[in-house]
Design a binder for this molecule. Structure first.
Ligand code: IPM
Ligand code: MN
Length: 399
């Protein structure tokens, strides 16, 4: 059984506390904070965390790329890479904390974080059932926009997903209530999903501003508002209000999550979509599907953006199965490399991000990675990647 069994009075008291906390969170969203101006910042501090499973293996390649592309800036003190060691499952279990205090403080002393996937414990594994480190970091750093691009040029696919990242079904995912039934052994499990007006307004604005500034016309809102009438109903309505008031030039449509999951495998329909806005859970699911269409989860990077901090990471998890099956030499590092190029763009080094992106695409053609023995070895891919980067970077710097 997961969760502590409560009687109805205890459950009501616990619900009251949750309501008050969420009211407070919603009020804090409105006050907001500011992203640093990376163009004038004397030194950009980049935190790097390998995470668990295949995480450290793939993240070391991103570190190699960063050390190369930012070599001069690091030497001049304009960029700094800080390794974060406390985000491993071992340390999180030892501290009995999803993200230990000192680790969080270290991350907050930097401007951005590039991280590998972290393992999330589950009930029944015989270890502490800690909250996902991702969920904690997204909440603690208030990273409300989970931005996940998916591109398949030869199929006419150019999508960008904006998943709400700090509320919905995830924010209280570890704080559901297990209520006593009327008879022993008939307990009731309740989970909560939270949708706040300022929380929806900010994700809607992020997605719509992105569309406006990147020549995209169409923005699709994806919910299940016909069934989840309060949370999803409000999500949809607030997105439409923002669009009508602030972005009259955009074409807005709305879809239910089930049909949108089908649309993404419809080759005619899917080409017409451009930007998506989704609540947390649907965004999580649909972006895995989209990544698979792009060539697999190992190819997909993502950004978690807030008003102050930002975190960049692969879309996938720590992939213990890949290690158990002895496929580590074939692991796909593109997810974290794509995340790395998004990070470079975010800190105003988009030219370097483009060099990395082009080199990833070129190396993918020469050394196609599948994650299995029938595909390229990671080391061969990386050797080609570094050649491509060196070539492009050398000519970009030539007089
Ligand atoms: C993702 C992951 C995470 C999520 C997990 C690890 C908490 O699946 O980034 O999509 O569900 O958000
Ligand atoms: Mn996911």
């Amino acid at each position: 059984m997961t969760g502590k069994l409560l009687n109805i009075e205890q459950a009501v008291a616990s619900f009251r506390k949750l309501l008050e906390q969420q009211q407070q969170r919603s009020a804090q969203i409105k006050s907001g904070s500011r992203l640093p101006d990376f163009a004038t910042l004397p030194c950009v501090r980049i935190a790097l965390a390998g995470g668990d499973g295949i995480g450290p293996v793939i993240t070391q390649y991103a570190q190699r790329v960063l050390e190369y592309l930012l070599k001069d800036e690091i030497a001049q003190g304009k960029a700094e890479l800080t390794e974060i060691t406390g985000l491993t499952l071992e340390n999180r279990l030892a501290q009995n904390c999803s993200v230990p205090e000192t680790t969080l403080r270290q991350i907050k002393s930097c401007h951005v974080l590039l991280k590998g996937p972290t393992t999330t414990p589950q009930a029944g594994q015989g270890i502490a059932n800690l909250e996902s480190a991702n969920v904690t970091l997204r909440r603690e750093l208030d990273l409300y926009a989970n931005v996940r691009p998916v591109n398949v040029p030869d199929k006419g696919i150019d999508w960008c997903f904006f998943r709400e990242n700090t509320e919905g079904a995830y924010v209280l995912g570890s704080q559901g209530v297990l209520l006593e039934g009327r008879e022993a052994g008939s307990e009731l499990a309740f989970d909560f999903a939270v949708t706040t007006r300022p929380g929806v307004e900010r994700i809607a604005r992020s997605a719509m501003n992105y569309a406006k500034n990147n020549g995209k016309k169409r923005v699709s809102i994806v919910t299940k508002a016909n069934i989840i009438k309060t949370g999803d109903g409000n999500f949809l309505q607030i997105c439409k209000e923002i669009a009508g008031r602030e972005f009259p030039e955009l074409e807005i449509d709305d879809w239910y999550i089930d049909i949108m999951a089908a649309n993404l495998v419809n080759e005619d329909l899917r080409r017409k979509f451009q930007v998506f806005i989704l609540p947390n859970l649907y965004g999580d699911i649909l972006t895995d599907e989209a990544a698979e269409i792009q060539g697999g989860l190992g190819t997909a990077g993502s950004a978690n953006i807030g008003d102050r901090y930002a975190m960049f990471e692969p879309v996938h998890g720590s992939a213990p199965r890949l290690i158990e099956e002895g496929r580590l030499a074939y692991v796909d590092p593109r997810s974290v490399l794509r995340a790395c190029s998004m990070m470079l763009a975010h800190i105003g080094r988009g030219d370097k991000g483009n060099i990395l992106d082009r080199a990833v695409t070129a190396a993918s053609t020469l050394h196609p990675i599948t994650g299995f023995e029938n595909g390229a070895k990671t080391e061969d891919f990386i050797a080609e990647l570094m050649k491509g980067i060196t070539r492009a970077f050398g000519s970009a710097q030539a007089p």
